[in-house]
Design a protein around this ligand. Structure first.
Ligand SMILES: NC(=O)c1ccc[n+]([C@@H]2O[C@H](COP(=O)([O-])OP(=O)(O)OC[C@H]3O[C@@H](n4cnc5c(N)ncnc54)[C@H](OP(=O)(O)O)[C@@H]3O)[C@@H](O)[C@H]2O)c1
Length: 152
């Protein structure tokens, strides 16, 4: 598994929306090549915000994985981000959920879990904010470089 702690030379980082429904594979490859540490904001999909992606916490697949591992959907998301070698910024104002969110270091997802997550059709919270027929990005596909498509 990729271990960010061994990559002490990382001096730069980039924060982006990153979770099982927004995997940022192209950006991660680019950042690795340039020595930039990728950092996941809204790793649970940011429920309750204007940029929320509720698909994450409502995901039947993630719920099944959580059931199989005896964990919560939030822990599955956070563990998945951690296993990608990315930093995590998760937010909670609730003490028990804060505890839950750090309970991701003494277990692993299985290869089958990781494989099934990699097949999820991706989606992002703010799909069309930066897309306009008169702007530089005319379609959602163009803006997200083909990783996210318009048929959400
Ligand atoms: N750099 C940037 O441009 C940027 C952009 C967006 C966000 N961020 C930062 O990234 C951090 C996290 O992002 P975010 O707050 O947008 O989204 P998030 O961490 O994905 O989601 C936060 C929401 O999930 C809930 N939650 C937390 N742990 C949970 C758990 N174990 N089970 C169920 N629900 C849980 C929280 O509610 P409770 O509080 O009730 O637990 C809150 O409603 C924030 O500090 C934010 O400021 C940075």
């Amino acid at each position: 598994m990729y271990n960010p702690c061994k990559q002490a030379y990382f001096l730069k980082h980039m924060q982006v929306e990153l979770h099982p429904y927004c995997r940022q594979n192209k950006l991660r490859d680019f950042c690795r090549e340039k020595g930039i540490q990728l950092c996941a904001y809204s790793p649970l999909g940011a429920r309750g915000t204007a940029w929320a992606n509720n698909a994450v916490m409502d995901s039947p697949l993630l719920k099944q994985i959580a059931l199989d591992r005896g964990k919560t959907v939030a822990q599955v998301c956070l563990r998945w981000v951690y296993e990608q070698g990315d930093c995590i910024i998760v937010k909670s104002f609730n003490e028990s959920r804060l505890q839950e969110n750090i309970g991701i270091f003494d277990w692993e997802l299985t290869d089958a879990d990781r494989d099934s997550i990699s097949t999820i059709k991706e989606s992002r919270g703010c799909l069309d904010t930066f897309v306009h027929e008169s702007g530089p990005y005319k379609t959602i596909d163009e803006f997200w470089d083909g990783e996210i498509t318009g048929d959400k």
